[in-house]
Ligand binder design. Sequence first.
Ligand code: MG
Length: 255
Amino acid sequence: MIPLKTDRELELMRRANRIVAVVLAEIEERIRPGVSTLELDSWAEERIRGLQGVPAFKGYGGRDGARPFPATLCTSVNQEVVHGIPAAARRLREGDIVGIDVGVVYEGYHGDGARTYAVGRVSDEARRLLDTCRLSLERGIAAARAGNHLGDVARAIDDCVRAAGFAVVRDLSGHGIGRGLHEEPQVLNHYDGRRGARLKSRMTLAIEPMINAGSWQVRTLEDGWTVVTRDGSLSAHFEHTVALTDDGPEILTRC
Ligand code: MG
């Protein structure tokens, strides 16, 4: 069953996601050559707590002997797709792209959003990859309407990315969100020909295309978290949490 949210739940999710939006907006000016991903992480944790939120990713996972995620942000540079771990030694350089993924809990409800930023001047290919990923997210959100199906969201994203000559990562997906960081349903970004579940008002979905400049294939590094492109090509990730309403999708992670 895909949970439908009450008015009160939607209000708490607006608050949680508003904190995510503030962090994603304010971090932009902090992303410059020389800053370490750990410095960004420390700033983000303080900012989230200052807004009465709790970092949702810190300590996440860790079942079955796996290492829990150790940080507030996922910071994924260049060929890193998602789930990069912030580190003092990882200093951003001119021409990098860096994906920042933020998760927040507020009074038991989750917010989740991500953007990929250019560090200084980037290559034309990197710029086009970022623009395409952002556009594919917009297309996916536009398709997230009551009466449509999950497959419509996937097809909208996939068509947009293919048209630009890039590839949608298939091993990872978006998700329902609410009391849990990850709830039903799985929200695919690649279209596999299936119609999928019918969408209804009061569903809340984290839609998050991850796209590669080269092949769609990825692998996970030995740290157990960082996902990278197999061919070393650049990767981008944008994510919004969206509430489906009778008037269409409401983007909760927007300032
Ligand atoms: Mg997510």
